[in-house]
Design a protein around this ligand. Structure first.
Ligand SMILES: [Zn+2]
Ligand SMILES: [Zn+2]
Length: 187
């Protein structure tokens, strides 16, 4: 399905624009990682899903459902986490050229809609990238009950559940102060 020299997530909708309103086309997505980096987000699994394109009046409605996974780190213990994510997005795309007359259409109309290019090509690459970045969970956990790191020494409490610091195990300077107080206490 991928044609060389063209963006992976790009679809030509010229024939769909000529089809009856309500006509739908489905395309499978199977990508082993996007060719361009997603900022700080690293994909840990291929992107798999489906794009549904339908003609609604003079525009194209694109609905995308996909799953992938991202590499992250646990917000408590900083360990590596692979987080599966589901992404769904819906975009409206308008032609820049009238499919019948070949005349340019006014782009000031509906500024929020995507634009098809002059060959009626719909490029979903950027919207899909943005949706994946937005789907990144805010606070990843390696497991729901991750015990995190020791606040005193930074030890990983998952690998050492008994870890603790006895109450008298304090800064030596404070220990000296405590013993001085003990001795100076009036009986
Ligand atoms: Zn963790
Ligand atoms: Zn500790």
């Amino acid at each position: 399905m991928t044609r060389s020299g063209q963006a992976v997530l790009s679809y030509n909708v010229a024939s769909l624009l000529r089809a009856a309103p309500g006509t739908e086309r489905r395309y499978e997505i199977e990508i082993e990682g996007l060719p361009i980096a997603l900022g700080d987000v690293r994909l840990a699994a291929p992107i798999a899903g489906e794009v549904r394109l339908s003609r609604t009046g003079r525009s194209i409605l694109a609905r995308v459902e996909l799953t992938t996974a991202i590499d992250g780190s646990c917000s408590r213990c900083l360990g590596d986490v692979v987080a599966p994510i589901d992404v769904s997005l819906e975009e409206v795309a308008l032609p820049t050229i009238d499919i019948d007359s070949g005349l340019p259409l006014d782009p000031a109309d509906e500024p929020d809609a995507l634009r098809l290019d002059e060959h009626h090509e719909l490029d979903l690459d950027q919207p899909i990238r943005d949706a994946i970045v937005l789907a990144e969970p805010i606070a990843l956990l390696c497991r729901p009950d991750c015990r995190g790191l020791c606040a005193v020494c930074g030890a990983d409490l998952n690998s050492d559940p008994q870890h603790g610091h006895p109450e008298d195990d304090v800064d030596p300077r404070l220990a000296a102060l405590a013993s001085w107080r003990e001795h100076s206490e009036p009986n």
